[in-house]
Design a protein. Structure first.
Length: 195
């Protein structure tokens, strides 16, 4: 199947990838974020959508809440919400993280976009109680909003040195490709194929 060129996607329904550096593709190089690879994979599978990458490096859930209007301006059919890692790494109270994510998901769902949640997990060195509370936020909100959940977007990536950058936080380009493959089976049931 021929892939659509960017200009040919102008009128297609939009999928917004909304997040932080993991979505922006920090350090992986231009064109190598997981949204880029998802676009390629959807094109190849015959889905006609345009993915808009609204990942901003360094964003917390508080930052993301302040820019939900940027997502809504795209009028997305689907929004992938993958945010919270920076909050966890900074030790922001889990109650604040959950409240911000809850508000983001509420605003998005009210707008009519379908939401897919990309979960993050923290490494154990942040303390068992904090890590357990943090990791529980994503499944709890997915259940509340009846939203599809990818439990851990870096599954199969974070523990493989070849797929992670030297900082141990951000995937390499091949790692970003695996992240896209993680999202694909959760995203596909939300989409329609246009013949």
């Amino acid at each position: 199947m021929n892939q659509a060129l960017p200009g040919q996607r102008a009128g297609l329904p939009v999928i917004v990838a909304f997040g932080d550096s993991l979505t922006a593709g920090y350090g992986a190089g231009p064109g190598h974020s997981y949204p880029d690879y998802l676009q390629r994979d959807l094109d190849a599978a015959g889905y006609h959508y345009r993915i808009v990458n609204l990942g901003i490096t360094g964003n917390t859930t508080k930052d993301a809440l302040a820019r939900v209007h940027d997502v809504l301006a795209q009028r997305p059919a689907v929004t992938i919400v993958a945010i919270g890692g920076n909050d966890g790494l900074r030790g922001i109270p889990v109650t604040d993280i959950r409240a911000n994510l809850d508000a983001i998901l509420s605003m998005l769902q009210r707008s009519g976009t379908r939401v897919l949640i990309g979960g993050i997990e923290l490494p154990p060195n942040y303390g068992a109680q904090y890590v357990q509370s943090f990791n529980a936020v994503y499944p709890a909100l997915a259940a509340k909003y009846k939203a599809p959940l990818l439990p851990f977007m870096l599954q199969g990536v974070w523990d493989k040195p070849a797929l992670m950058q030297a900082d141990g936080i951000h995937p390499t380009a091949p790692g970003q490709e695996v992240v896209a493959q993680n999202f694909l089976p959760v995203l596909e049931p939300m989409l329609k194929k246009q013949r």
